[in-house]
Design a protein around this ligand. Structure first.
Ligand SMILES: CC(C)(COP(=O)(O)OP(=O)(O)OC[C@H]1O[C@@H](n2cnc3c(N)ncnc32)[C@H](O)[C@@H]1OP(=O)(O)O)[C@@H](O)C(=O)NCCC(=O)NCCS
Length: 152
């Protein structure tokens, strides 16, 4: 069943709920200051998806120089997966990156995270490198990239 979700920029008061979604989805806890600082650096790059009043997903992207955007945290509440919410957030982020004029989007993902890897491949991301023992538990990471074609 697909849901009607609204997408808007992250606001400071979203921090606790966003933190909770990230902890549940990725088992990682990031300081509040990370969310606040990144949202100030590039407000449009940090999106939340809401069902009614409740935040059910988030995507945090940053600008890396003039030619690259990078997805640093992306999580959908487990009860809301496979309903197109991740797709909505990703489509918004690709569109934003196009409008911003960067030439590629990059991200890192755990080698064992086959769900996310399949998801990213759907959107044209390709594996471009292996990051040995990238994560705190020493799991390898995969670097993925999507080239943006600005030709019309
Ligand atoms: C990866 C993630 C963000 C996808 O969000 P989602 O809202 O479930 O994705 P969507 O429903 O929009 O899926 C779009 C398509 O991606 C693919 N996909 C999504 N989840 C998949 C899975 N578990 N296995 C295989 N393909 C998958 C499918 O092709 C899907 O289309 P379909 O449902 O019509 O088959 C979500 O699974 C998640 O939050 N995972 C935990 C956190 C995480 O791993 N984040 C990324 C870290 S780098």
């Amino acid at each position: 069943v697909s849901l009607v979700v609204a997408i808007r920029n992250f606001q400071h008061q979203d921090t606790d709920r966003v933190s909770e979604i990230v902890l549940n989805a990725l088992g990682e806890y990031f300081p509040r200051s990370l969310y606040i600082e990144k949202s100030i650096d590039w407000p449009d790059g940090f999106k939340v998806a809401l069902e009614g009043e409740r935040i059910v997903a988030m995507l945090l992207g940053i600008l890396q120089g003039k030619s690259e955007s990078r997805i640093i945290i992306f999580a959908v509440d487990e009860h809301y997966r496979r309903r197109g919410i991740g797709r909505r957030l990703m489509e918004e982020f690709i569109d934003l990156s196009m409008r911003t004029g960067v030439s590629r989007i990059t991200l890192e993902v755990r080698k064992s995270n086959t769900a996310a890897i399949s998801f990213y491949e759907k959107f044209g991301f390709r594996i471009t490198g292996v990051l040995m023992s990238y994560y705190a538990d020493m799991e390898d990471g995969l670097r993925m990239m999507k080239e943006l074609n600005h030709q019309t």
